[in-house]
Design a protein around this ligand. Structure first.
Ligand SMILES: NC(=O)c1ccc[n+]([C@@H]2O[C@H](COP(=O)([O-])OP(=O)(O)OC[C@H]3O[C@@H](n4cnc5c(N)ncnc54)[C@H](O)[C@@H]3O)[C@@H](O)[C@H]2O)c1
Length: 342
């Protein structure tokens, strides 16, 4: 929305992808949507040849830790092999550019703080020099892809950038992630499942701040460099869930919501811990602040208020994501336009 650049949005539309989330910009001339899989080398070659991009921002991934525990194969496929494919397509395209084009080109890989492993309560936050020690199939696959990215820089000179960001939250987040899951379960009067005793600590960043950080790194970052992105906002999971409960109690949503009269906190239910559950993540983001002048603009209190309000105001989006109706819509819409592959 806030750039003159043309954005070619390449997405396979897995269960996590949703064209409804793009409705605001779908008809904008600055945005083109291509449904493709990053594991498909030929498709990626076509995209580079057709659009001649100045830069790649690589976000496509399997991203849910719980899913990576029950089914790691997709994570290796997309996060490791898909990244390899995309890197090779980018390298082929980049090596055919003239000197100026090669110098200008950027490949930004959007990674996670989870690649660093976890911290004890008194440990110093992760810096860009913290060695990788991933714990889950998800974080291991993201760490692997980061290694590939660095190797393509060192070996071939591809001008890459890596960002390691903490937990995001905000509008349009798929309801399997902690914050939307809690909001939506509470509205239906369902239990709010909290792993263990809810003592695990995450650093939270509003999604718009992450987006601004990615744009900043792309435009101002030094090729070959890694930048940590964090919210300076460490919270225990139980604290996050209680805050959501209090916001909902205060907002008193109507529209058939089933929040107990005694308040949302009644719904909190502790469940057996996730295997290999990381205790704490915390980010030292001095580099991006000092070198690139980025800092988060949203506080946790205001970001969470906005997020809860967004889910209350958009029941249709939620309903369609949950029922898979948007998939039907995609199929019907694209069949109407004579497109194949749905
Ligand atoms: N959400 C967070 O808290 C967070 C924090 C740090 C880093 N990240 C990273 O940011 C990126 C985006 O995260 P998210 O939370 O939006 O994830 P998400 O799971 O909500 O969305 C992933 C998107 O990638 C698409 N996709 C998946 N496999 C694909 C493939 N093979 N080809 C093309 N598209 C494919 C999906 O359709 C979906 O639109 C990921 O790389 C993730 O590791 C996320």
């Amino acid at each position: 929305r806030d750039t003159d650049c043309q954005v070619i949005n390449v997405d396979k539309l897995t269960y996590a992808g949703n064209l409804d989330s793009l409705s605001e910009i779908m008809s904008s001339p600055g945005h083109i949507f291509e449904q493709e899989d990053i594991c498909d080398g030929k498709a990626m070659e076509r995209i580079f040849a057709q659009y001649q991009p100045d830069a790649v921002m690589h976000l496509a991934a399997e991203s849910h830790v719980d899913r990576s525990i029950t089914g790691p194969a997709e994570f290796i496929q997309t996060n490791v092999l898909g990244t390899y494919n995309l890197l090779e397509a980018a390298r082929n395209f980049w090596s055919g550019l003239d000197e100026q084009g090669r110098a200008r080109f950027r490949f930004l890989h959007v990674s996670t703080d989870e690649a660093y492993g976890d911290l004890r309560p008194d440990d110093q936050p992760f810096t860009e020099e913290t060695p990788y020690l991933p714990s889950s199939p998800y974080s291991a696959s993201k760490a692997s892809s980061d290694h590939l990215i660095r190797a393509w820089n060192r070996t071939y000179g591809l001008p890459v950038l890596i960002t390691n960001c903490s937990n995001n939250y905000g509008p349009y987040q798929f309801p399997e992630k902690l914050i939307p899951l809690m909001i939506l379960n509470a509205l239906e009067g369902k239990p709010l499942p909290v792993y263990g005793k809810g003592e695990n600590i995450r650093d939270w960043l509003y999604v718009q701040d992450h987006a601004r950080a990615l744009h900043t790194v792309l435009v101002k970052g030094r090729p070959g460099r890694t930048y940590n992105i964090g919210g300076n906002c460490e919270k225990q999971n139980i604290e996050v869930v209680r805050t959501i409960c209090d916001i909902l109690d205060e907002m008193k949503p109507a529209n058939g919501c089933r929040i107990p009269t005694a308040g949302c906190r009644e719904l909190i239910t502790f469940v057996p811990d996730r295997p290999g559950h990381d205790l704490r993540y915390a980010i030292n983001d001095t580099r991006i602040r000092r070198e690139l002048g980025w800092f988060p603009q949203e506080s946790f209190a205001s970001g969470l208020q906005k997020t809860v309000k967004w889910y209350l105001d958009n029941p249709q989006w939620v309903e369609r994501v949950r029922t898979g109706a948007y998939r039907e819509w995609i199929r019907a819409n694209y069949e109407m336009q004579g497109r194949e592959g749905f």
